[in-house]
Design a protein around this ligand. Structure first.
Ligand code: ADP
Length: 196
């Protein structure tokens, strides 16, 4: 019964950590970025629309993203918990998630903020561009994604901090170190992996 959000700038390592935490905590990792990319790859209507925003480093419109997440959270595997990676990113998305959880009588357990300074995130993203060829990893688009993050998403940390939910984790270091930091901080809050 663990409901978590993972927030951090592009390149902070959210995707990697989300998959590891999902395994450790026994909840599905739901990444809006991955869902959009799957739709781009399979050429759906949603994918065509999402691509036009993603390739410019802009957010996909809230109505589209909110509908997608509401549907995904209504699926059976998310009924007992989830880890949302990359959602919410706007105040409107926060409102939608709040309403959704309230209707279900559920609440968030914690918001994990993954921090990393900009030099490090930009160099990680440029490396990923070389390795994976993601179409939104060009230098200009990366710069714009960071600006959009700072303007629209970073302020959400304060919203969740005011609710006492934020756990801030240093995203620098090896992937294993970062995972252990997060798992340790969650355990301190009484959020731990199910006994196998
Ligand atoms: P990153 O965090 O590195 O930018 P993601 O894979 O999480 O990568 O997201 C890639 C792109 O998908 C974003 O730049 C944006 O266009 C779109 N996207 C993902 N999540 C959201 C969201 N919650 N709201 C709007 N757009 C989103």
């Amino acid at each position: 019964m663990t409901r978590l959000l993972l927030i951090g700038p592009p390149g902070a390592g959210k995707g990697t950590q989300a998959l590891r935490l999902s395994e450790r905590l026994g909840v599905p990792a739901i990444s809006t970025g991955d869902i959009f990319r799957e739709n781009v790859n399979s050429g759906t209507e949603l994918g065509v629309l999402a691509k036009s925003f993603m390739d410019r480093g802009e957010y996909v419109p809230d109505e589209v993203t909110n509908d997608l997440v509401r549907d995904r959270l209504a699926a059976a595997d998310a009924g007992t918990g989830f880890l949302l990676d990359g959602y919410p990113r706007t105040t409107e998305q926060v409102r939608t998630l709040d309403r959704f959880l309230e209707r279900q009588g559920h609440a968030l357990d914690a918001v994990v903020q993954l921090t990393a300074d900009q030099d490090e995130t930009v160099s990680r993203l440029l490396k990923r561009a070389r390795d994976q060829g993601r179409s939104d990893d060009t230098e200009d688009v990366i710069r714009h994604r960071l600006e959009v993050y700072a303007a629209q998403t970073a302020p959400l940390i304060d919203v969740y901090a005011a609710r006492g939910l934020v756990i801030s984790i240093d995203g620098l270091g090896s992937m294993d170190d970062v995972t252990e930091r997060i798992v340790g901080a969650l355990a301190e809050r009484g959020i731990s992996q199910p006994v196998a």
